[in-house]
Design a protein around this ligand. Structure first.
Ligand SMILES: C[S@@+](CC[C@H](N)C(=O)[O-])C[C@H]1O[C@@H](n2cnc3c(N)ncnc32)[C@H](O)[C@@H]1O
Ligand SMILES: [Zn+2]
Length: 288
């Protein structure tokens, strides 16, 4: 594990320190309730604590809605994905110095970012997401967490080589940008569900299934810039109540494809508590 303190951490070490102006790419500084660059481009910090960098440029597709974020919050509170949070905390503690900077791309409510920050006592984390509902929660997920609205598919308003760890959990990936913002000694941690994940429920409820070629495709798209370091498989059985299943179904893309009443009827027919498999792969990559 690297131990030497990093020079850039010495003066200030706050999540917004790594941000650049999305318009002119100069440094941003906090001024009152905004971030401002020397050319006076200004971006509000919302009352809920996240920086609005995507202003006027907001994507409307693929963004988690208020009800999806509410369902995600409810489901994560049940603790059924706590083993994944613990795995990420353990891996990051082994990969990063304690005073690192972590960027979580597609941070959601900040559940995993907060778990990682708890494991690294002087580390700060910045979460990017397009969903204002998710960002509100992410900004408050941990005292050392910050959040900013950004579209992962666009060049990140983040300094080059400013990040020790990029975290990407069930969210879109931008390999070239992950590579640019990472330190050469940094790491990229990606979590993907395997085809067994929630297999029992998919059959009964018509949830969207995981593409079996996903892991292979992931490796191919990252291979130009990243070297696979190691992977960890995590598989366990969850005992789910009807409420757990409903929250889990409504927090993901299925929410956009199935009528909620149809889904509720199918859950009622299942018989609960219901046992379902959780199955993830955590992949660690190093920049080439
Ligand atoms: C399945 S959720 C995962 C959230 C979080 N990582 C977790 O596991 O709890 C995917 C997240 O990616 C965000 N997202 C989707 N497309 C995005 C994009 N183009 N740029 C930034 N965030 C995006 C969604 O708003 C959502 O919060
Ligand atoms: Zn500017």
């Amino acid at each position: 594990m690297p131990t030497s303190p990093n020079a850039r951490h010495q003066a200030q070490h706050r999540p917004f320190d790594i941000l650049l102006c999305p318009l002119c790419h100069d440094r941003l500084k906090p001024v009152g309730q905004a971030l401002r660059c020397p050319s006076r481009h200004s971006f509000d910090i919302a009352r809920q604590g996240y920086a609005g960098l995507l202003a006027g440029n907001r994507r409307s597709t693929g963004v988690d809605t208020a009800s999806m974020v509410q369902a995600r919050t409810l489901f994560l509170q049940t603790g059924h994905y706590a083993p994944l949070a613990r795995t990420l905390a353990r891996l990051t503690a082994a990969l990063c110095p304690p005073d690192s900077t972590v960027l979580d791309a597609g941070v959601g409510t900040g559940y995993y970012l907060a778990a990682v920050l708890k494991a690294l006592p002087a580390t700060v984390g910045l979460g990017l997401d397009t969903s204002p509902y998710a960002l509100r929660r992410a900004a408050r997920s941990h005292a050392r967490a910050g959040a900013a609205s950004w579209d992962i598919w666009q060049p990140f308003p983040v300094q080059s080589h400013a990040v020790d760890l990029v975290l990407n959990v069930f969210a879109p990936r931008n390999g070239p940008e992950f590579h640019r913002i990472l330190q050469p000694s940094g790491a990229l941690l990606i979590v993907t569900p395997t085809p067994q994940h929630l297999g029992e429920l998919q059959r009964h409820l018509g949830l969207l299934s995981v593409d079996p070629a996903k892991e292979q495709r992931l490796r191919r798209t990252l291979s130009a810039r990243f070297q696979p370091d190691h992977t960890e498989a995590l598989k366990y059985v969850m005992t789910l109540t009807a409420q757990d299943i409903e929250a889990m179904s409504f927090m993901g893309p299925t929410a956009r494809h199935i009528n909620p009443d149809v889904l509720r009827r199918r859950i009622a027919l299942l018989g609960t508590p219901f046992q379902a498999t959780a199955s993830f792969v955590v992949s660690v990559y190093r920049p080439r």
